[in-house]
Design a protein around this ligand. Structure first.
Ligand code: SAH
Length: 363
């Protein structure tokens, strides 16, 4: 039993079963033993690889998108760029490099990184050294406070999928929350809460789902998006969210655990495996609309990147590449845009204030 399992076992013994959201929050973010808090999980030797780690072209396209937003805002003298969950800092590094081609943009940017992991903060500082001095924050609300009512750009790649979700299962007498408890051998296991949850928690479109269906609710992600959307509606700006997920509310258990690029049981080795769940983009859109911002997409990552010119960019890189580099560039391009790779499963959505026009990538 690892240290976090021991802690969770004691917690459940003391106070009873915990929600999957509490379990996920501890497994990923426990200050001492949380997955992101103690190591760098990315890359071939790690547990998973993200789009910016596959190729610089991804961050360059995102940088271009953000740059076009800035131009369409009338090139403000000062703009705050917030990245949620910057990982190794690779995406921000590529974004800033791409932004150099737009005169005046880098001089007007103040970068805020929302990152809970001290290990990853160090990596980000190292990677961005000499390019920019970012400000770090534990919470989005702190980054928004320090944006002082100025225009805002937000980027989040594979951030919302790491936020804790609750799960509910439909039974003959309503929706019961799935809870983490202890079995007879005191091992972590799942059971349904004895009392049904209030129906108001379940998306109305799913209330009539079949018995046995599971639905997921990510309250933390919803709150976070509404904070950002409210800021953008009041003070102007745009946000780009890229993640894997579905574009319509749906039922199904999407919580998964990855260790060294393989799926494993979600309750095994808490703190030593990555836990994620699909993002419900329809829900994020509904929230953005409640906050009176415009929304774009979601569209597949492949279509978005192609619209922004990733194929032309790869041709430019290929022109100066060795045979080995050329093969790597082709493979990376394929992974990012092909529908059997990340092209369809990963989705891109944007929100903006109502006054901003010329948002690209969503035709
Ligand atoms: N965007 C990066 C990393 C994605 S992994 C990439 O594409 O490569 C998720 C990132 O979000 C990590 O940096 C992790 O430490 C951070 N993170 C996860 N949950 C968080 C939370 N609740 N608050 C702040 N950062 C969080």
């Amino acid at each position: 039993m690892n240290a976090l399992e021991t802690y969770l076992t004691k917690l459940i013994k003391a106070q009873g079963p915990i929600s999957i959201a509490t379990y996920m929050g501890e497994a990923l973010g426990n200050a001492q033993h949380g997955y992101y808090m103690k190591k760098d999980p990315f890359g071939q030797k790690g547990d998973f690889t993200t789009a910016p780690e596959i190729s610089q072209m991804f961050g360059e396209m995102v940088g271009l998108w953000l740059g076009v937003c800035w131009l369409n805002m009338g090139s403000p003298d000062k703009i705050h760029l917030i990245e949620l969950g910057p990982g190794r800092g690779t995406l921000m590094q590529d974004i800033l490099r791409a932004m150099k081609v737009i005169p005046g943009l880098l001089d007007s940017i103040e970068v805020h990184l929302v990152e809970m992991s001290p290990v990853l903060r160090e990596m980000q500082a190292e990677r961005l050294k000499g390019l920019i001095t970012p400000k770090w924050h534990n919470r989005v609300s702190d980054a928004l406070d320090q944006s002082n009512g100025g225009p805002l750009l937000v980027i989040a790649n594979e951030f919302f999928d790491a936020l804790p979700i609750r799960q509910f299962q439909k039974t003959g007498d309503g929706w019961h929350e799935r809870l983490v408890c202890l079995d007879e051998a005191e091992k972590l296991s799942l059971q349904l809460a004895p009392v049904a949850a209030p129906e108001s928690i379940i998306p109305p479109a799913l209330l009539r789902a079949d018995e046995g269906s599971i639905t997921e609710v990510c309250a933390i992600g919803e709150n976070l998006l509404s904070e950002i959307a409210e800021y953008i509606q009041r003070h102007s700006g745009a946000a780009l969210i890229i993640d894997y997920g579905h574009d319509r509310h749906g039922t199904g258990n999407t919580l998964q655990a990855l260790k060294q690029h393989k799926y494993i049981d979600i309750l095994s080795d808490p703190g030593d495996v990555d836990l994620t769940a699909h993002v419900d983009f329809q829900r994020l859109k509904e929230i953005a609309h409640i906050c009176e911002t415009k929304t774009f997409g979601p569209v597949g990552q492949g279509d978005f990147l192609k619209f922004l010119g990733i194929e032309a960019r790869s041709q430019t890189l290929l022109a100066n590449a060795t045979d080995k580099q050329a093969k790597d560039i082709q493979t990376a391009l394929n992974r990012l845009i092909h529908k059997d790779e990340m092209g369809d499963l990963f989705k891109v959505m944007a929100i903006s204030d109502n006054g901003l026009s010329g948002i690209i990538g969503f035709e």
